[in-house]
Ligand binder design. Structure first.
Ligand code: NAI
Ligand code: MG
Length: 369
């Protein structure tokens, strides 16, 4: 059996509370199916700063580079608001993304039927929704140079950010989107603004060429990103996989996420390039939410975002799609039975804490197996 090495970085606030549920789940999977997951533990964020004065130590970075996948909780909190910029908790996540070269950010928007009624959109618009936004994560306007504020000397200043994309960056993110589409409904919608941006013209051209050269079996559409935003709230079920740049992806993935409910439900994955020899991609899986200092330590955080992130890990890092489907089905079933953490509680439902929600999902997962 191939190695299955996981590095667990629980982080701060509710990060460790959510990670505790995944740790139980991994133990249950190993015990029941002999899956042989090996876990290592590391520190990240404020807890790493307290221990080593850095948001992640070199030793833990080495473990991350050697792992088959990294599971990340959340970082930050008021305790570290005053620490120097370079070692602030978020620097740990940024270093992981940079050193592991995680250029593809995957944000699914799945609407669990039991929660369709609590969406801000009509239930029929979101029920059964299952879309995947593939956002380019290491290029574009967040990183392009020049990036500065210039004093023009006449009482005016100029703020500059630069959107830059090279062919290879567009090609590799398009490749991820097309490959994922093949495992889903086989449809990709590429979003840019070629009407007003040169990088958008190139984006469109490179995606079109990649499609023609290697992925012509996948259905490809192009949409201007602003129109895409409208379509996402009008009729989101028209999409399967959306591929877009760093800035548009940041906004569109947040829009898509909110169609389906609470921050406590949302998983994500960040993938790197396949290794030349093993073909394995470096990968980090994390909930979309932060460390939620307002509820940390109370045992009430929703662990579903973290557990669903582990489902993505099974699917994308370990080729365990059947197990991932089953884990998502277990989440759905537990919601159907009326169990709710406080953040998703509605009238007539049963309120449970973090550990009870985790336990219920794990036993449902085992029962479905
Ligand atoms: P947040 O996501 O931590 O919390 C926003 C709101 O959602 C809070 O009211 C919180 O209680 C609630 N919430 C979030 N996750 C939840 C869950 N699993 N169950 C129940 N309720 C949940 O965002 P916020 O408050 O803006 O940031 C708090 C800290 O987290 C800051 O230090 C921020 O920098 C950091 N942060 C870290 C991220 C990461 O580690 N990737 C991402 C976002 C924020
Ligand atoms: Mg965002």
């Amino acid at each position: 059996m191939a190695s299955r090495k996981l590095l667990l970085l629980p982080g701060d606030g509710i990060g460790p509370e959510a990670m505790a549920e995944v740790r139980k789940l991994i133990a249950a999977i190993n015990e029941n199916f002999g899956s042989g997951f090996e876990t290592e533990e590391g520190l990240v964020g404020g807890s790493a700063y307290d221990a080593h004065g850095a948001a992640i130590s070199d030793a833990d970075m080495t473990k991350a580079m050697a792992a088959d996948a990294v599971l990340f909780g959340a970082v930050g909190g008021p305790k570290w608001d005053a620490v120097p910029y370079d070692v602030r908790p978020e620097a740990g996540l940024l270093r992981l993304r940079k050193d592991m070269q995680l250029f593809a950010n995957l944000r699914p928007a799945i609407c669990y039927p039991a929660l369709a009624a609590s969406s801000s959109l009509k239930p029929e618009v979101v029920e059964g929704l299952d879309i995947l936004i593939v956002r380019e994560l290491t290029g574009g306007v967040y990183f392009g140079e020049p990036k500065e504020i210039i004093d023009l000397g006449n009482g005016q200043k100029r703020g500059i950010d630069t959107q830059v994309y090279d062919t290879f960056e567009i090609e590799r993110i398009a490749g991820v989107a097309f490959e994922l589409a093949r495992t889903r409904q086989n449809r990709v919608t590429s979003m840019e603004k070629r009407n007003v941006m040169k990088s958008g013209v190139l984006w469109n051209e490179v995606v079109t060429q990649a499609h023609k050269a290697k992925y012509s079996d996948v259905k490809l559409d192009h949409m201007l990103a602003d129109a895409g935003g409208m379509q996402l709230v009008r009729w989101p079920k028209q999409f399967d996989v959306i591929v877009t740049d760093n800035l548009f992806g940041d906004m569109l993935s947040d829009v898509a996420a909110m169609l389906t409910g609470s921050l406590g439900m949302l998983p994500s994955a960040s993938l790197g390039a396949p290794d030349a020899i093993t073909g394995k991609r470096k990968a980090l899986y994390e909930p979309v939410h932060g460390s939620a200092p307002d509820i940390a330590g109370q045992g009430i955080a929703n662990p579903i975002a973290m557990i669903a992130s582990f489902a993505m890990c099974l699917r994308y890092s370990f080729n365990m799609a059947a197990e991932a489907d089953r884990l998502e089905a277990a989440i759905s079933a537990v919601l159907n039975e009326g169990l709710r953490t406080k953040d998703i509680l509605s009238a007539g439902m049963t309120e449970v804490g973090t550990a009870q929600m985790g336990d219920a999902i794990i036993s449902k997962f085992l029962a479905l197996s």
